[in-house]
Design a protein. Structure first.
Length: 471
């Protein structure tokens, strides 16, 4: 792998995945089971809460560039790379990162419910966690909900596509095709345990005690299959959210013993890297030399809650309650994605050798600010790119990737930064953030254009650095 080119940050998920998760959130919500199963039952709800519209709207616009199957997304990336000015003689190695959006509406006030669920010892527990059955009695409500969310998704998708002016070379599906895709998700949802994905998953080791929402499970299976068909060039990362019941077990099955290569974290969806449930995951990662990639920019998908109750575990093991309040912290990104949040983990001798990739290198804004700083001027301690470089100097396995930077100044910025901080040449990695980056109109709907921006990147950023990060 040492000399092969690697895209250490891409995604092969799609709009169907997002739709399935939003549908699951909505269906659980109106029954009082979001994010965890509850015994409390109010009056049967027939009114769809307005928050669900907001969620559907936000998610549909975010995932609008992603309409194809994971196989097609993967094949498209390889085609574009071959066509690009990189002139590779071998296929690109891709690292598709999963995403877990199920908790983006979780305020954290039902944490106690979660603690109760794993005590149930039998198959009913799996059902409570995973299957929100649609019965004859509630089928009408479900159909109504599904149609409302679908009706929200389609126009948002169409508007996003035309607003961004994606060129016809990028497959923008029409209304009929998208509608058909979403209908398939609805059919699968109703099929419950009889659906293909669920049956396959039941055959694998994940049968009990792990909360598997439909979109998450489906995408996990798709990446398993893609990896199986392309073992040398697809190295998927499992999305880990500490609020998902049984997440340590899932990491053990899918990453330690399974086909997934590493772990992906996305804190701005509402948790800190110091969440107590992540400690067992870090322990597995250190023990088995597994890499972790964490979203680190001020952009991206954010939790939709104005306040979130969560927890943080300190180096000394003490667990403290933490409350996020949008009014005082501006945004979930600034609060949860700050690289300084990682000091408690990396300064813990148990985890100081964790292979950690700060995805996006703090984000384009922080990168350009640092790169354009006058020589001799003291670096701003609040600059995230500068903070990450500080961590690279202190910890031997800290890396960063420059994904989602479709800017033709970026190579100049990287050279400026390397001139001042030599270590960056050994720790920075190439990442595309395909398919998310396709939303950028500067690419004109062609991923080749992204590769071409980085033709003259330091070769080690494409090869040696990611190989070392991935172990
Ligand atoms: Zn990404």
């Amino acid at each position: 792998m040492q000399n092969r080119a690697i895209d250490v940050h891409c995604h092969f998920f799609n709009l169907s995945f997002a739709f399935a998760e939003v549908l699951e959130i909505g269906w659980r919500w109106i029954q009082g089971d979001y994010p965890y199963k509850s015994d409390k039952r109010g009056l049967p709800i027939v009114i769809i809460p307005p928050e669900l519209w907001k969620l559907a709207h936000y998610v549909a616009s975010y995932f609008a560039a992603a309409t194809e199957s994971p196989e097609e997304h993967y094949a498209y990336e390889e085609r574009c790379c071959l066509k690009s000015q990189w002139h590779l003689s071998e296929l690109l190695i891709t690292v598709p990162l999963m995403m877990d959006i199920f908790f983006m509406f979780d305020h954290g006030d039902t944490e106690a419910q979660k603690a109760v669920i794993p005590a149930l010892p039998d198959v009913r527990q799996r059902d409570a966690l995973n299957v929100m059955t649609i019965t004859e009695d509630n089928a009408n409500t479900f159909n109504k909900l599904a149609q409302i969310i679908k009706a929200e998704f389609i126009p948002v998708y169409e508007k996003s596509i035309s607003a961004r002016g994606l060129a016809p070379t990028w497959t923008a599906k029409n209304r009929t095709a998208i509608s058909r895709d979403l209908d398939l998700v609805i059919v699968d949802f109703k099929a419950g345990d009889a659906a293909e994905g669920v049956r396959t998953m039941a055959k694998s080791c994940t049968q009990t005690n792990v909360q598997m929402t439909r979109g998450y499970r489906q995408h996990l299976l798709e990446l398993q299959n893609l990896q199986r068909d392309n073992p040398g060039t697809v190295l998927p990362f499992l999305a880990v959210d500490p609020r998902r019941v049984g997440i340590e077990k899932l990491v053990r099955e899918q990453v330690v013993e399974g086909t997934f290569k590493g772990v992906k974290l996305y804190p701005p969806l509402g948790y800190l890297p110091t969440h107590p449930n992540l400690y067992p995951v870090y322990r597995l990662c250190v023990e088995h030399n597994l890499p972790v990639t964490v979203h680190t920019s001020t952009g991206g998908l954010l939790s939709l809650c104005d306040t979130i109750k969560t927890q943080s575990q300190k180096k000394n093991g003490k667990i403290v309650p933490v409350t996020f309040d949008k009014k005082t912290s501006q945004s979930a990104a600034l609060f949860f994605s700050n690289p300084a949040n990682w000091l408690e983990i990396l300064e813990n001798p148990e985890f100081s050798e964790l292979h950690l990739n700060f995805a996006h290198f703090g984000g384009e804004e922080h990168i350009s600010t640092l790169a354009n700083q006058k020589p001799g001027k003291l670096d701003d301690p609040k600059n995230w790119t500068g903070q990450i470089i500080g961590l690279m100097k202190r910890f031997k396995n800290v890396y960063a990737d420059i994904s989602y930077c479709p800017n033709n100044e970026m190579l100049k910025y990287i050279r400026n930064i390397v001139a001042r901080y030599k270590i960056v040449q050994k720790r920075l990695m190439f990442g595309s953030d395909y398919i998310m980056v396709m939303k950028e109109s500067t690419l004109c709907g062609n991923l080749d254009n992204y590769f071409n921006l980085y033709t003259d990147i330091y070769p080690e950023m494409l090869t040696v650095n990611p190989a070392a990060f991935l172990g």
